[in-house]
Design a protein around this ligand. Structure first.
Ligand code: HEM
Length: 518
């Protein structure tokens, strides 16, 4: 069978639907496997693994191939069909072993409750292998995307506090407001573009640069500066087809370096050189600054202080942010503009709240942002309806019972989250865009169903949850606020849904128009 036939499966794996291909599944629970995750008697009473429903391999391959040829890979719908009866299924593929799929929030909760201290996300295997192979670039840390186990834990503990504290992100309100206004100016000059996506990626890259490189790259200039243009090109390659090909096939690149590897490697090295130059300059600039307290330090200064001046961890964290923080935040932001543009009455509610706190001429501050409820609700509702990450995987480290079946330690389990988030079982009027459902005290929220706390967790949960969450949220909140202050957003095209070439993205262009408010 040709490798290209494996691509749809592998795309699922990269998107978090199928865990990594490289690690072999250990099907049998060994005597050494702990049972700490299994409640008394639950294991004995559960059905054995061998009775777990199976997806017929050829059937799924054929259907996925058809979807791919039509350019509409909606794997979440396909897997929902296979899980309609039992909420759990498994799938075997040569070289990948058994993959178990779960979908119910209770099972997702059980999976996370047994995550342990060092959760293993097999979807990151390509980065782990690539960065260990390129030890010259990653001498003292392969970062969060590039490690598992103790090594991951060390890297995470160095950045956790400074990245996850809400105040660390709020430090950037002014920068992100300025960047967002620059993006809006650029959109005014480019009113007739057929799709907002390329522009929103430039906004996301500029934002990530401002936060993690402590520099303005210049992606939003009419003509991006040379360094910015090089970054845009590198990011295009690094997040584009070469990465999809490499991260979704067995690591033959270690033996034979094909065109995809060469392209990815060259762009990745170039990105590394550019970021390293920018970071060095920023660190020199920061070196002599005297900070009143920790709150007055930017993220790079905090990480440099914590990891030491010679550590490469701040730079590897910036690389992680460039890989994980552009198309995720970019696609979600495009979905936000689409949903606001096609729900004008909801848009007016959001605008009303914004203009009350922020009359024209007043500057957005961290404390005003904290008071605004609607922009946060819009982000959560967008991620419920159109999540950019369709699931997350774990290599289980302890025996557990999921959906009534014994799941031995060493099994790859994927939580598929799109369908439950869109299901009437968990959310009333599930197909409607109702941001109010996330606002406590709001009638729409009170009247709605109380959803399971694990029914909508787009940033995942537990020690390996998204480390960029606070920054992504800040960027998107500011985007909503600054955009609606200046414009009415309109979308009049066809309904947009998800496709999963890699990270979930819109299945068609998003042509939004920005109509000045006065
Ligand atoms: C809408 C935006 C975003 C969404 C929905 C999102 C979602 C996720 C999810 C679901 C995971 C996997 C967690 C797991 O396996 O349990 C993840 C991991 C990660 N994300 Fe995000 N993300 C977003 C934006 C960002 C941004 C802006 C950054 C920039 C720093 C970022 C950096 C990372 C990193 C480094 C990881 C790996 C964490 C680790 O392994 O410790 N993400 N993200």
């Amino acid at each position: 069978m040709s490798l290209s036939k494996l691509r749809p499966l592998a795309n699922l794996q990269r998107a978090g639907w199928l865990p990594g291909m490289q690690q072999q599944v250990r099907l049998q629970a060994t005597a050494a496997a702990t049972q700490e995750g299994v409640v008394n008697g639950a294991w004995e009473n559960a059905k054995p693994f061998k009775d777990l429903p199976k997806i017929p391999m050829l059937d799924v391959m054929r259907k996925m191939d058809e979807m791919r040829k039509l350019g509409k890979p909606r794997y979440h719908k396909l897997f929902a069909e296979y899980m309609a009866e039992e909420n759990i299924t498994r799938f075997w593929f040569p070289g990948m072993g058994w993959q178990v799929f779960i979908t119910e929030p209770e099972d997702v909760q059980t999976m996370f409750a047994n995550d342990g201290k060092h959760p293993i996300e097999p979807g990151f295997d390509f980065f782990v292998q690539y960065r260990h192979y390129k030890k010259n670039l990653f001498p003292d840390s392969t970062g969060l995307l590039g490690s598992h186990g103790e090594e991951w834990y060390h890297a995470r503990s160095m950045v956790q506090q400074d990245m996850m504290r809400p105040k660390s992100a709020l430090y950037y309100v002014d920068d992100i407001s300025e960047i967002t206004n620059q993006f809006l100016d650029l959109m005014q000059k480019n009113r007739d573009v057929p799709d907002v996506i390329p522009f929103i990626y430039r906004w996301a890259l500029e934002s990530v640069g401002a936060i993690f490189l402590d520099s303005r790259i210049g992606c939003l200039n009419d003509q991006p500066a040379m360094e910015a243009q090089a970054m845009i090109e590198c990011v295009d390659v690094c997040l584009g087809d070469p990465l999809i090909e490499l991260s979704t096939k067995p690591p033959i690149w270690k033996i034979w370096k094909g065109a995809d590897y060469k392209k990815f490697d060259a762009a990745s090295e170039r990105m590394f050189q550019i970021t390293s130059g920018i970071i060095k300059k920023a660190q020199i600039k920061n070196k002599d600054k005297v900070y009143e307290n920790k709150e007055s330090m930017n993220v790079l200064a905090k990480l440099t202080e914590k990891c030491g001046p010679d550590s490469t961890i701040p730079q590897v964290m910036a690389m992680d942010a460039l890989f994980a923080g552009i198309d995720t935040t970019g696609n979600t932001s495009a979905f936000i503009l689409y949903l606001l543009g096609s729900n004008p009455e909801k848009q007016e509610l959001v605008y009303k709240e914004i203009v009350e706190k922020l009359p024209p001429g007043k500057q957005l501050t961290a404390s005003i942002l904290n008071e605004l409820k609607y922009p946060k609700a819009v982000v959560q509702e967008t991620l419920r309806l159109l999540p950019v990450v369709g699931g997350f995987g774990r290599l289980t480290q302890t025996d557990m019972v999921l959906a009534g079946y014994q799941i031995p330690a060493g099994t790859k389990v994927s939580a598929t989250i799109v369908e439950p988030m869109r299901s009437e079982k968990h959310f009333q009027n599930a197909d409607k865009f109702i941001p109010e459902r996330w606002i406590r005290g709001c009638p729409a929220a009170e009247a709605g169903k109380k959803s399971h706390p694990f029914a909508c967790i787009p940033f995942s949960h537990g020690p390996r949850m998204c480390i960029g969450r606070r920054f992504a949220e800040l960027e998107m909140h500011v985007l909503i606020i600054e955009t609606l202050r200046r414009y009415k957003v309109k979308y009049e095209g066809p309904v947009v849904d998800l496709i999963t070439p890699f990270i979930n993205r819109p299945d068609g262009p998003i042509k939004v128009t920005f109509e000045p408010r006065n």
